[in-house]
Unconditional design. Sequence first.
Length: 181
Amino acid sequence: AAFVAGNGTKKPTGFLAGPTPVTTADSGRAFGTLQNVAGGQAAALPTSLDPLYDMVYGLRARYRRNARWVGGKLVYAGLRKLKDTTNQYLWAPGLAGAGDTILGKPVVTDPNVAAVALSAKSLAFGDLSAYHVRLAGGIRFERSDDFAFQSDLVTFRCIVRGDGILVDQTGAVKHFIGNAA
């Protein structure tokens, strides 16, 4: 979760954090609403592909080749309903084992990306190879026969020290931030 949305304070800086340029819902684009089940808040989602094209072509050219969409399932539920002027769905479902795509780019669902909400970074597009993870030291695996002795349990823990950051914060990943509809 921290590698996706961490703020860098005692945890990695996630690829959704930082000064990466964003695409924001504004009055100049067509947006619809999707109810946020958890908070009951309505937030904007695109009702056309225009903001998604802004995200794609907002990336530096070298990152577009390996870029992918990263979002939560509610974002994709809303985007999957987008239709063109001939009433054809714009989402391309994967056939014969191929993955789903939006604008020809793969779609990845991650539960750690924020749900649709006001000012939430609910959709990202970019080349995640620009996100670097560093593990410091090895993995420490410990066992305690004493911690839960009264419950007749043996307790194990695994400790890993790591950090992460988006190396190119100016053009490798773009975000969509929902505003009030």
